[in-house]
Design a protein around this ligand. Structure first.
Ligand code: SF4
Length: 151
């Protein structure tokens, strides 16, 4: 293995990469997740990077109320993330369906029925600090397995 690859692995094993999926929200939670990236909360100071490519991710943030149309897409996304990995449900929607879970609606909560959820951040919407805390709370368990499972 090249020195460059070794350096990359070392750096990568100390920073957590986050991917994001919205399965049908009002965008309230999206805005709070975006706030985590802005200078006020500056998620990168904690070694957390947002990655659009799930193959480079460690953690999947799920926002919004799950509907059956997302079944295959969400599982496909989850399967692309290499081990070790974790998913976090952000906001009340992926936990309970929130305001969208009404009689006759297509909403099918919780999202934990479809992919394993390691942490939940309740709220409508939750605060950026709560989202950050949830990511940091699972960081150690992901890091602990990283060097073994990604090599
Ligand atoms: S939890 Fe509330 S703010 Fe977040 S997507 Fe659902 S309805 Fe919108």
């Amino acid at each position: 293995m090249s020195i460059l690859q070794n350096v990359k692995d070392l750096v990568r094993s100390r920073s957590i990469h986050v991917s994001y999926v919205d399965v049908g929200s009002c965008n309230g939670c999206d805005i709070e997740v975006l706030a985590c990236l802005a200078p006020r909360y500056d998620i990168e100071q904690y070694g957390i990077y947002v990655h659009n490519n799930p193959r480079e991710a460690d953690v999947l943030l799920v926002v919004g109320a799950f509907t059956p149309g997302w079944e295959e897409k969400l599982k496909g996304l989850w399967n692309k993330i290499p081990e070790p990995k974790a998913a976090i449900a952000i906001g009340n929607c992926p936990i309970s369906g929130c305001v969208f879970d009404r009689r006759g609606s297509y909403v099918d909560p919780p999202v934990a029925k479809h992919i394993p959820i390691a942490a939940e951040v309740p709220g409508c919407p939750p605060r950026p600090t709560e989202i950050l805390q949830a990511i940091l709370s699972i960081r150690d368990s992901v890091f602990a397995e990283w060097e073994v499972k990604r090599k």
